[in-house]
Design a protein around this ligand. Structure first.
Ligand code: ATP
Ligand code: MG
Length: 258
């Protein structure tokens, strides 16, 4: 049976969409069968990141009760399946977010991992995203406002019956006064799954004419490497090192001569 994670935060803009999208890609890259669902039905950022903005059927149609979740699935990189959220404001006003739980339950056995990108905070859509999954990953930035809100979201998650699985510290700059992994672990009383550095390659990924998750576009960037480590930790799958060192280079020359 697959594991289902909602990717949540109290404070907005801390990197939930970035983490959900890239972790989903990273686990696909490790060979796992992964579904990524954009449950931020007001903003629909996943569609932009995967260039699915003109998808005819989306999660909105599923939450309106007009389509099946299978009809809203599209192919992403490394065999990932993506359910984008849809951009219609009119549909957004009429959706029933509680239908998400049934939709996820329908496909749970067909995937190793399902990631649900949630909206920030504790509104109806955020609560529905959490309630649709078994475990929550809390994304924080290493500042007091984000951490205070993370504490709140952890309590809310527990109240809706979702197990807080761990936190991810994003946009780490190692500035004086930033909360460390130990601080975050102690404050949230929760495992820290990893830290992702503040990396301009992440921002570029969405700004480019042809956007793509950073793990696909710049796999050797510091953020991509950190995300792959987190995926490895979650799945227990070792990352195969690409043989690119000096010795490999010399060996390749030798092979060519032979
Ligand atoms: N590690 C990082 N380094 C640099 N920029 C980052 C990093 N993580 C996220 N960003 C950037 O920060 C911005 C917000 O990220 P993102 O959209 O993932 O946050 P969010 O929590 O999903 O926001 P919202 O609450 O609005 O849904 C984006 O422009 C993204 O590219
Ligand atoms: Mg988001």
């Amino acid at each position: 049976m697959g594991r289902t994670f909602s990717v949540v935060s109290g404070k907005g803009g801390v990197g939930k969409t970035t983490v959900a999208a890239n972790l989903a890609v990273a686990l696909s890259k490790l060979g796992e069968k992964v579904l990524l669902v954009d449950a931020d039905v007001a903003m629909a950022n996943i569609a932009l990141l995967f260039r699915l903005q003109s998808s005819p059927i989306t999660l909105q149609d599923v939450l309106l009760g007009e389509s099946d979740i299978y009809d809203a699935m599209y192919s992403g990189p490394f065999g990932l399946t993506v359910v984008p959220s849809g951009l219609s404001l009119n549909a957004y006003r009429r959706i029933n977010p509680d239908k998400l739980k049934h939709a996820i339950a329908t496909v749970k056995n067909e995937y190793d991992y399902i990631f649900v990108d949630a909206p920030a905070g504790i509104g109806d859509n955020a609560m529905a995203a959490m309630a649709a999954t078994d475990e929550a990953i809390i994304v924080v930035t290493p500042d007091p406002a984000s951490l205070a809100d993370a504490l709140k979201i952890k309590l809310v998650a527990e109240r809706v019956g979702v197990k807080p699985y761990g936190s991810i510290i994003n946009m780490v700059r190692k500035l004086p006064g930033e909360a460390s992994e130990d601080h975050v672990r102690e404050l949230l009383e929760l495992a820290v799954l990893g830290s992702i550095p503040d990396d301009p390659e992440v921002r570029k990924s969405i700004l480019l004419k042809n956007p793509a998750p950073v793990v696909v576009r710049a796999p050797n960037s510091p953020a991509s490497k950190a995300i792959m480590q987190i995926a490895s930790r979650i799945s227990g799958i070792q990352i195969r090192q690409e043989k690119k060192g000096f010795l490999t280079f010399i060996r390749s020359l030798f092979k060519k001569k032979k």
